[in-house]
Design a protein around this ligand. Structure first.
Ligand code: G3I
Length: 342
């Protein structure tokens, strides 16, 4: 029987997806055939973050991560490690640390143990995730507050030492926007000027339907590639629901009568078409710059398990991906595929 062609078969760059631990375990393999047909590189959605890998200080738990590696190897897929240094999803004990030396030791031990454990098993690591504010300055995180800005170069130095065979990336959202992009370029140059290895940059790509910043995305691809880096889109989704508010504003909006879950019975056709054309235009840009782009990873397999159903309000019905809740390709999928069938 003829094997159906998937995204991974038609594009020159890798096509990836984030995968939850449930999706690689026997208990929820519903997406299994879709994953195998469409993608050739996996990013663990959560299990390689520090709260899961080092749940107690000095006690590492690699079981789930190892399971993902085995699943990938068995299916001829690569794995991207996500992430060594991130202020979010830190283990609770680490969030409590107030002492510089203690926190430094935590960061160093974490990178050493995790990077060496997975050396040769992952193709690359998001060494640092989301270290920038929107204005391009360094994020006022626990890392910056306790360690000062040198934590950036220290992290890349340690990662290079303990995982010589993995690529090393900087990964962030909104770094296609001018101010934040300038900050990312400063950060990357700082690593390069210190004589350290940095192989790629990940533009996360959490965008909104009808508001995808196409021009800035294209400029960013060009500018990051000019630094000698591989450019990756690492967490792609295009959401269709209002989200420009934070947790604190949610109840106000609900009281004000706003419907925060307007498409729970289905996506109107006009939005479906807009989503499809946004995805098409995005991939047109990727195709135009395919000499610079090495990977495009979606942040989830299908609409039903996207993190965007739960943020910033739980229990929403969102439609950000190429496959629907029944694992079926959406119009956006066909538009993207048809770029290669012309
Ligand atoms: O592990 C607990 C579990 O014990 C508990 O029962 C359950 C109840 O809610 O929560 C579980 O933790 C959840 C965790 O995912 C693991 O499933 C958290 O509530 C939930 O907030 C967390 O969300 C993840 C989020 O990162 C955390 O910031 C999303 O799944 C994940 O998609 C998202 O991914 C991030 C990237 O890593 C970095 N870039 C942004 C992207 C989207 O936010």
């Amino acid at each position: 029987q003829k094997q159906e062609v998937g995204l991974k078969d038609v594009f020159d760059y890798q096509i990836g997806t984030a995968l939850s631990i449930q999706q690689i375990q026997e208990k929820d393999r519903k997406a299994d055939s879709l994953v195998k047909r469409q993608f050739n590189v996996l990013t663990p959605e959560n299990i390689m973050k520090s709260m899961f890998l080092q749940p107690e200080r000095g006690k590492f738990d690699f079981a789930a991560g190892d399971q993902l590696i085995q699943y990938a190897e068995k299916n001829g897929m690569k794995v991207v490690g996500h992430t060594l240094v991130w202020h979010s999803q830190l283990p609770p004990y680490a969030q409590q640390i107030k002492d510089k030396e203690e926190f430094k030791a935590f960061m160093e031990d974490h990178i050493k143990e995790v990077a060496s454990h997975y050396d040769g098993k992952v193709q690359g690591w998001d060494v640092i995730n989301e270290a920038l504010e929107e204005d391009g300055s360094l994020r006022k995180s626990i890392f910056l507050n306790l360690l000062g800005e040198d934590y950036i170069t220290d992290a890349f130095k340690l990662a290079a030492k303990y995982t010589p065979s993995s690529e090393l990336y900087y990964n962030d959202y909104n770094i296609e926007q001018p101010a934040k992009r300038a900050g990312a370029i400063r950060l990357i140059k700082k690593v390069q000027d210190a004589g350290l290895r940095i192989d790629g940059v990940g533009i996360q790509g959490h965008w909104m339907v009808g508001k995808v910043p196409f021009e800035e995305i294209e400029k960013s691809i060009i500018e990051y590639a000019a630094l000698g880096l591989k450019v990756m889109i690492t967490e792609l989704d295009i959401e269709v629901l209002p989200r420009n508010f934070t947790g604190a504003e949610v109840s106000k909006r609900i009281e004000g009568g706003e419907n925060l879950n307007p498409y729970k019975d289905g996506l109107p056709d006009s939005v479906q078409q807009q989503l499809a054309s946004d995805y098409e235009r995005l991939f047109q840009i990727f195709e135009k710059h395919k000499d610079k782009i090495t990977r495009v990873t979606f942040w989830g397999v299908h609409d039903g398990q996207s993190w965007l159903n739960g943020w910033p309000v739980p229990g929403r019905t969102n439609y950000p991906l190429l496959f629907d809740r029944n694992y079926q390709p959406k119009p956006a999928y066909h538009k993207v595929m048809s770029l290669k069938n012309k």
